[in-house]
Write a new protein. Structure first.
Length: 578
């Protein structure tokens, strides 16, 4: 993949003023540093002139001048370092915000394929390495570039032939560095991929820590982690081989340059083609040539790390959501809640088996409809198609007569309340989690929603009431309590369409009774779609849709379906006998 250089430098655009200031500090620091060897040359020349009285005065004057220059250089270096780091940190913040905002827009299908650990790696490690280059890139290129050019210029003015000796080695050093960097780029990309695998393993293991410990599989998880960790070590080994070869080779070139300058310079002094103060200045300026080269080695490693990270960042930013808002979305004045499937077929992946095909049914406004069938027949898939988390593969899905692909996405989802079996509560207070249904509500409205959801009494029994912390994923609450919090959220949202996806299947009988009562309150006056595992919970549904092998095979009320002794009758009896 070609590196997106224009995209990379575009992130400097909001910070042109700060960048200009950093460049100014770099320029001042460089000029002051370049003056020092010239002052040393003059001081040495005065001492060697033989006029010691005059030399002492000169040394004092030059010494005072060097102290003043040193003070200003330290101030400019401090400001350069601080302002530069803050520039990089601000740009890292912008990248992270852009990436996180983009991730929020991606479709469910993307998260079906990409693991959380990989996303964490990209939003964390990758962006930090990029921000370091945004700071040090400008600092190093300008600061050490100016020092290098300035040093070469001064050396050419002192002695052209000796300067050419130094410049002779530089093209070979550049070619050697280029070859090593090409290898390093490959190994660093592999490093990042292996680190993402580690993050995936850690996230997977910690998210399932209760299952790990309940099955006494701690050692299994350790073995899996160690495998990924060793894979990363092998990848780093290859990087270090190239890195070590690069550093060792450049240091060898630097030693050759130093030896050549000393020997040839001494020959020039013997031949009276060079003065001793000039050779001393040469030796000092060599450091100005060597320091940028050494720093560029560190920077090249940093640059390779950042470039591979930015390539991964760009790939993700360029990933388009499969579910997009239409160019000219329709936003109806309201939604009464009629849902229609017209010849709908769906597959999660074009290469996979179709979940269902040619599906036709309508859920009328305010109707309470249950979907039943064996596992894997597509009941939950239907609940994901209605809010347009996925798009139908064929046919049309209509809301109040509008194709959902023509409606505004935010409008669709604002009109739907979804209660699932696996409830996600965010780390924070109960009040914050209920308010997630509507950020604009008052505390009084939160309490009223909790009462409607049969959650008020248990919330008050907690040590801090509505301010009680629920823990990550709501670990401090029972399953029934979490379900009631999620129902309170939907009460606040007050949507015309309600989707209940096996919301009570994991609860005990007492919790199920309380939650079922809450859901019945919630369903009043709304178009309600219930996906039920326990058929006893949907006996009172106005209509039951029975699915088998991706097709709608029966529909009607419980009593009628039992009388037909068809697919529903068999399902009900199988569950009752079980």
């Amino acid at each position: 993949m070609k590196f997106p250089f224009k995209h990379f430098i575009s992130y400097y655009r909001p910070y042109v003023k700060q960048l200009s200031l950093v460049l100014t500090y770099a320029f001042v620091s460089t000029i002051l540093a370049l003056i020092f060897p010239l002052l040393v040359r003059h001081v040495t020349g005065d001492v060697l002139s033989g006029d010691l009285t005059n030399a002492q005065d000169q040394v004092l004057r030059y010494g005072l001048l060097m102290l003043i220059l040193a003070l200003f250089q330290q101030i400019s270096s401090f400001l350069l370092d601080y302002k530069g780091h803050m520039l990089g940190a601000r740009m890292e913040r912008d990248l992270r915000s852009e990436l996180f905002e983009h991730i929020q827009t991606l479709s469910f299908s993307y998260f079906d394929k990409v693991k959380t650990g990989e996303l964490m790696s990209r939003i964390g490690n990758d962006l930090y390495s990029i921000s370091e280059v945004y700071h040090h890139g400008i600092e190093d290129i300008i600061l050490f570039g100016l020092r290098f050019v300035g040093a070469v210029t001064v050396l050419l003015l002192i002695n052209v032939r000796l300067t050419l000796v130094i410049l002779f080695f530089l093209p070979f050093m550049a070619i050697f560095t280029y070859i090593c960097n090409k290898f390093m780029n490959r190994t660093m990309l592999d490093n990042k991929n292996k680190m993402a695998d580690i993050h995936n393993q850690v996230e997977d293991s910690l998210a399932g820590i209760r299952e790990v410990q309940s099955f006494s599989n701690e050692q299994l998880e350790v073995n899996k982690f160690n495998h990924q960790n060793n894979q990363f070590l092998d990848s780093r080994r290859e990087t270090y081989k190239v890195e070590t070869a690069l550093y060792s080779g450049v240091e060898a070139f630097i030693r050759l340059i130093t030896i050549a300058v000393v020997l040839i310079g001494a020959t020039f002094i013997i031949g009276e083609d060079l003065l001793l103060p000039d050779l001393l200045a040469f030796m000092l300026y060599i450091e100005f040539l060597v320091a940028p080269i050494r720093r560029m080695l560190v920077f090249s490693t940093m640059l390779q790390d950042a470039f591979t990270g930015f390539q991964r960042f760009s790939e993700m930013i360029q990933t388009q959501p499969e579910i997009r808002n239409p160019v000219a979305p329709i936003i109806p004045t309201d939604l009464v809640g009629e849902v229609t499937f017209e010849e709908v077929s769906f597959s999660y992946d074009q290469t996979n088996e179709t979940v269902f095909e040619d599906l036709n049914f309508t859920i009328r406004q305010g109707e309470y409809v249950a979907l039943v069938g064996a596992s894997g027949v597509g009941k939950s898939t239907i609940s994901k198609l209605i809010p347009r988390f996925y798009d139908v593969s064929k046919g049309r899905l209509l809301l109040d007569g509008y194709d959902v692909r023509e409606l505004d996405l935010s409008f669709i989802r604002s009109k739907m309340g979804i209660v699932q079996q696996d409830i996600y509560l965010f780390s924070g207070s109960i009040k914050d989690n209920i308010r997630y249904g509507d950020q604009s509500v008052t505390d009084e409205e939160i309490v009223e929603a909790a009462k409607q959801a049969n959650a008020h009494d248990f919330i008050l029994s907690l040590p801090n009431g509505y301010d009680s912390e629920v823990g990550q994923r709501g670990v401090r609450l029972s399953g029934g309590q979490k379900q009631r919090i999620s129902i309170a959220r939907v009460f606040l949202k007050n949507p015309p369409i309600l989707i209940l996806d096996e919301a009570t299947s994991a609860l005990d009988n007492q919790s199920e009774f309380i939650v079922k009562e809450s859901m019945e309150k919630l369903a009043k006056g709304r178009t309600t779609l219930v996906i039920a595992h326990r058929l006893s919970t949907i006996k009172n549904a106005e209509r039951i849709l029975v699915f088998d092998k991706g097709k709608l095979v029966e529909e009607g009320r419980h009593d009628n379906l039992m009388g037909n002794q068809g697919a529903y009758f068999k399902l009900y009896n199988q569950q009752f006998k079980a």
